[in-house]
Design a protein around this ligand. Structure first.
Ligand SMILES: O=C(O)CCC(=O)C(=O)O
Length: 288
């Protein structure tokens, strides 16, 4: 498996990342990495964390499964986080001096699942704030543009937080102790109806194959993935990475995933740079 970058991240990719808040980076992970992560998904599916839940279950029994921060229990995820080129991809795109790992999340849809991820931004839900953040979204099976995660380019620069969905409501099995976020009173406007007029918002998404990834800023508006054809499944592994200006923040509206308790347990407080074994430094720029 490739532990180094298969090729350099280009200036065009870096420029696109900062201009648009999202970039497709093709052919970054070889098939060994895909096999490792598929094995990890199987391990994770059999032993979900206490955070795991089904976001959608329809009358035909089709599901979308989500889990997060499973890396401490899943060896394959650990291998990917510490040894794959993912941290360096984030570091190069962010032009960071160092990169800490934040958390992993999986989005697994069974064939034909119609559930579509609501449009949202990530940062307002997180126990972190900062511009220097990067999610690496990797499909482990081929995905068509119409089913892949979609983005509103440039929306990461708008300095606007919307009243957006409470993902805690995506809980058909009624699991208790689910993280909740309520933006009302904090954000003035609701997310616009992007699906009603995707051209107006310049929405982008891409056909992707295993080994490709999209990298995106946590402030960008994104959503719309799903609505699969009958014979199409979608397994996605994501990792969230933090660059130079990322700092811990606890939010009164709630957080999802809410790391505030575990951060406090590890001696981290608002304003701190994330670190410790919980948010390990995985990459740093060479000094030469
Ligand atoms: O893959 C999906 O459906 C959602 C992914 C997402 O919203 C995220 O990684 O922030």
């Amino acid at each position: 498996m490739n532990t180094e970058l298969q090729r350099a991240i280009t200036v065009n990719e870096i420029d696109a990342y900062h201009r648009d808040g999202v970039v497709l980076v093709k052919d970054m992970f070889d098939s060994d990495w895909i096999d490792v992560l598929k094995q990890g998904l199987m391990t994770n599916g059999k032993n979900p964390t206490h955070r795991a839940r089904t976001w959608d279950r329809d009358a035909e029994g089709r599901t979308m499964f989500w889990d997060s921060q499973a890396w401490q229990e899943v060896d394959e995820y650990q291998l990917f986080i510490f040894k794959s080129p993912a941290a360096e991809i984030a570091g190069r795109l962010l032009k960071a001096t160092e990169i800490n790992f934040f958390f992993d999340a999986v989005f697994v849809r069974s064939p034909g699942t119609q559930f579509s991820t609501p449009w949202h931004q990530d940062e307002p839900y997180w126990s972190i704030e900062g511009y220097d953040t990067c999610t690496i979204w990797m499909p482990l099976v081929p995905v068509k543009k119409k089913n892949a995660l979609a983005f509103v380019p440039g929306s990461h620069l708008n300095n606007q937080i919307f009243d957006q969905p409470n993902f805690g409501d995506l809980n058909p099995d009624g699991k208790t102790d689910v993280d909740q976020v309520n933006f009302s009173g904090i954000a003035e406007e609701s997310i616009p109806d992007i699906d009603a007029n995707p051209d107006r918002y310049g929405v982008v998404s891409w056909d992707m194959k295993p080994g490709d990834c999209v990298a995106f800023n946590s402030r960008i508006l994104h959503g719309g993935s799903g609505k699969l054809d009958e014979d199409q499944e979608l397994q996605v592994f994501t990792t969230k990475w933090l660059g130079d200006d990322a700092r811990i923040k606890f939010r009164e509206c709630g957080m999802d995933p809410d790391h505030s308790a575990i951060m406090t347990e590890y001696g981290l407080k608002p304003g701190d740079r994330p670190g410790t074994d919980l948010y390990p430094k995985v990459w740093q720029q060479c000094q030469d």
